[in-house]
Design a protein around this ligand. Structure first.
Ligand SMILES: NC(=O)c1ccc[n+]([C@@H]2O[C@H](COP(=O)([O-])OP(=O)(O)OC[C@H]3O[C@@H](n4cnc5c(N)ncnc54)[C@H](OP(=O)(O)O)[C@@H]3O)[C@@H](O)[C@H]2O)c1
Length: 297
């Protein structure tokens, strides 16, 4: 049964690495595993995993090497302990890291005659191997052509092209969006909690329905930003400048700090001062872009 399946190696048997190894084993891949500390993920032994003592042995064992260490810097350090072994291998680093770290590791693997793919996992161990987990990855087109099908066993796989840093950028950007959501959530619940209103009831009955509906306007807002025209589809910047001021004043009146909202207010204010108040409030993005977006007037 194993004959047609690509032999894989998994380096790092934490929550993610152990789950990845289990998926490969259940799918019939001959699977070699290595972990820094011994005795991790004992369930893999019953499934037929080959456990080895050194990174060199582990990398030498398979054509496809999946690294699931704590972060990309750790993945790089693990691989650096067996530099010669990566020759002719495709390394897929699924640990979280920055784009610059991914590009640096890609260059190191290329120097050592291997192929590098860098990926990010949007999901949890429980959803790995199902369509509910997205695996974004980028890097070596040859590595993708050779091993894309195997990588797709881990979830809904999206290949973003040859720049090894692009998947990490998408990963970090998605997480940035998530923290923005959490930031709004924290502010909102602090406001109602200040009147001892149950946060759970507010969240489920008021906040979640609103956020679910508001999420549908994001593609239109994204189109406003892509066009750099900032045409108003929903609301202009001046109205949002005033609205946010009110929300901050209401927060302060409740004794709730406004630290999470203040930076956005500063950007709205700056953009209105620049004469962009009649633009869509998506204009705020030009306040944080690395390149200046000129005002229309
Ligand atoms: N868990 C999630 O839901 C989730 C979701 C998406 C992405 N991720 C990402 O996936 C990666 C792995 O996460 P995880 O949840 O599996 O983490 P974890 O359970 O904490 O496992 C970390 C792994 O890294 C190894 N490690 C740590 N420091 C090391 C070092 N200096 N040298 C060698 N190995 C080292 C650990 O080995 P030891 O066993 O020896 O400590 C272990 O195998 C992370 O980058 C994380 O951001 C996780």
């Amino acid at each position: 049964m194993n004959d047609n399946r690509t032999p894989v190696t998994v380096l790092g048997l934490g929550r993610i690495g152990a789950t990845i190894a289990e998926i490969f084993l259940r799918n019939g891949h001959p699977t070699t595993v290595w972990n820094r500390s011994s005795g991790k993920a004992a369930q893999l032994d019953e499934l037929g995993a080959v456990r080895v003592e050194t990174v060199g042995e582990a990398v030498a064992a398979s054509a496809l090497i999946v690294v699931a260490a704590a972060d990309t810097a750790t993945s790089a350090a693990v691989l650096a302990s067996a530099p010669d072994a990566v020759r002719g291998r495709t390394v897929v680093n699924l640990a979280t890291g920055r784009p610059d770290e991914a590009r640096e590791l890609a260059a190191w693997i290329a120097e050592h005659h291997g192929q590098y793919l860098d990926g990010g996992i949007l999901g949890v161990p429980q959803t790995l191997g199902t369509p509910d987990t997205m695996v974004m990855y980028s890097g070596s087109p040859e590595g993708q052509a050779e091993h894309g099908e195997t990588i797709a066993e881990l979830g809904t796989a999206k290949y973003l092209g040859s720049d090894a840093g692009l998947a990490a950028l998408h990963d970090m950007a998605v997480l940035a969006g998530m923290y923005g959501l959490f930031s709004g959530f924290f502010q909102a619940v602090a406001m109602v909690d200040s009147e001892s209103f149950p946060v759970g009831e507010f969240t489920e009955s008021f906040l979640m329905p609103w956020l679910r509906s508001i999420i549908d306007v994001l593609p239109t807002m994204a189109a406003e930003i892509d066009s750099r025209q900032f045409e108003v589809n929903f609301s202009d910047l001046a109205a949002n400048q005033a609205g946010l001021r009110n929300i901050r004043a209401a927060s302060r009146n409740q004794g709730v700090a406004t630290d999470l909202l203040d930076p956005l207010q500063r950007i709205f204010d700056e953009q209105v001062e620049l004469g962009n108040g009649a633009d869509s409030f998506t204009r705020a993005v030009s306040g944080i872009l690395g390149v200046a977006v000129p005002s229309k007037s």
